[in-house]
Ligand binder design. Structure first.
Ligand SMILES: NC(=O)c1ccc[n+]([C@@H]2O[C@H](COP(=O)([O-])OP(=O)(O)OC[C@H]3O[C@@H](n4cnc5c(N)ncnc54)[C@H](O)[C@@H]3O)[C@@H](O)[C@H]2O)c1
Length: 426
């Protein structure tokens, strides 16, 4: 059922972590469009934080998605920012009660779970939008518009790269909460299901047919630990001062990734003294990057074939110096090349006139470096518009549209492990 346009959409946060709160804060800037009216999270500190931030009462706080679902429908929508393994088990009871949902990526941790969720959403008629925020980043949405208007013709090849960076790979995939397969996702799915989604989006819904992939955990292994390194940067490491992975350098001096590095002490006062103490004792982010319990890859390459004969490749590389995403699209009439973080892309066409070889235009996209190039809040705005029955934007990432990218990812991981080419069947 469509929401009432004269009132804000009401939403309940399920999993009041870093991501949900980013999206929910849209309501603070646009109270006429979105109102956060409740929270479900087993973590008491996080429930309290959500109550303080959004101003609802204790009667709208629940300890789990199941407890919330048992109360029937109390709002229009759910913002589901639980961790990967909980996406489907928390989503299904809430969809069955009738909520629409903004659901974090990856949709699920297996192809079977994606299909299960899709079947429930189809049966119950809910709107489910997946947080593929990069579709909303002006860099990518502008490229998509150029493709839709035919400026480069039919796409023959898409090449994308995610250069994750030495500090990001260490924080999330070596020391952090996506470092093990038993947390639910491979590194490809947790980091690059966005990129695989972008590839299928750029191909305008043409079906991917087959995928192959290679990759491994090559760098962050005990046998590569440099001489002088220890168990913890701030306890027994003799090379901490020169190491780019130093926890002190990354999380205190560079001041990045605090929302992951300090999650285990988020209920304490945030002082340098407390940070140093936790890095030196039980904080997982204080561990040496060559001595962690990580088992996910640190780099992977994916090759895809589409039904029309086009091909795509994606390279995910963990330990790069600069974090950035690149894209190079080649069509029958022209090509597009760009680095998202540069804030522009180049549109190029063959030019066979004497003295020329090609012509090119620089397209500025005013990209911001935070919130996924500005995509996070544009996604929430589109979710609200969709629930109000207004026309969906070109970026709209509903559950059905997001399935191809996920099928490529699950297929790539199976192809990598089994060293074979996987057919993709929707
Ligand atoms: N869209 C993006 O670009 C992007 C970026 C980073 C992370 N993510 C994804 O966002 C998701 C959340 O990541 P995060 O770092 O915000 O996680 P988080 O750990 O900060 O938050 C997850 C919350 O879920 C709660 N929770 C656990 N079980 C629950 C249940 N049964 N019912 C309700 N709540 C429950 C936890 O207590 C926790 O507060 C992950 O799936 C991650 O892959 C997406």
């Amino acid at each position: 059922m469509l929401a009432n346009k004269s009132k804000p959409i009401t939403a309940i946060i399920v999993g009041a972590g870093h991501r949900s709160i980013c999206y929910a804060k849209y309501s603070l800037k646009h109270p006429d469009e979105l109102k956060i009216v409740g929270v479900a999270d087993p973590n008491e500190y996080r429930r309290q934080q959500a109550m303080d931030l959004f101003g609802f009462g204790k009667d709208m706080c629940f300890e789990s998605a199941d407890d919330l679902a048992a109360k029937g429908k109390l709002a229009d929508a759910i913002i589901n920012g639980t961790m990967d393994l909980q996406h489907v088990p928390t989503a299904i009871p809430l969809l069955e009660v009738g909520y629409d949902m903004l659901l974090e990526k990856p949709i699920a941790t297996s192809e079977a779970e994606v299909r299960q969720l899709y079947a429930v959403a189809q049966k119950c008629g809910n709107t489910v939008m997946i947080c593929h925020v990069l579709r909303y980043a002006p860099f990518y949405s502008e490229i998509r518009k150029r493709i839709a208007s035919g400026e480069v013709g039919d796409i023959i090849s898409v090449m994308t790269e995610e250069n994750v960076s030495y500090h990001h790979v260490a924080t999330a995939f070596v020391r952090g909460k996506w470092n093990r397969l038993d947390t639910g996702s491979t590194m490809l799915m947790s980091k690059c299901c966005h990129d695989l989604d972008l590839i299928t989006w750029m191909k305008s819904g043409i079906a991917p047919k087959a995928v192959s992939s290679f990759g491994s955990l090559m760098q962050f292994r005990l046998e590569n630990a440099p001489e002088g390194s220890g168990e913890r940067c701030l306890v027994d490491c003799k090379i901490e001062k020169d190491c780019p992975y130093s926890a002190k350098k990354n999380y205190i001096e560079q001041g990045i990734w605090g929302f992951y590095a300090w999650q285990s002490i988020e209920d304490q006062e945030q002082t340098e003294e407390n940070w140093l103490k936790s890095l030196a004792t039980d904080n997982p982010h204080g561990r040496c990057v060559w001595r962690c319990d990580n088992d996910v890859v640190d780099h992977q390459t994916v090759a895809v074939e589409f039904a029309d004969g086009a091909t795509a490749s994606h390279n995910m590389i963990g330990g790069t110096s600069r974090p950035c995403r690149t894209i190079h699209l080649i069509g029958t009439k022209g090509e597009i090349y760009g680095v998202q973080e540069d804030g522009y892309f180049i549109l190029r066409h063959p030019d066979a006139r004497k003295g020329h070889e090609w012509s090119e235009k620089k397209i500025e996209t005013n990209v911001s470096n935070d919130m996924h190039g500005g995509g996070d809040l544009l996604l929430v705005a589109d979710f609200v518009r969709t629930l109000l029955g207004e026309p969906r934007s070109i970026s709209c990432t509903c559950l059905e549209d997001s399935i191809y990218g996920h099928l490529i990812g699950f297929g790539a991981d199976q192809a990598r492990v089994e060293r074979r080419v996987m057919d993709i069947v929707k």
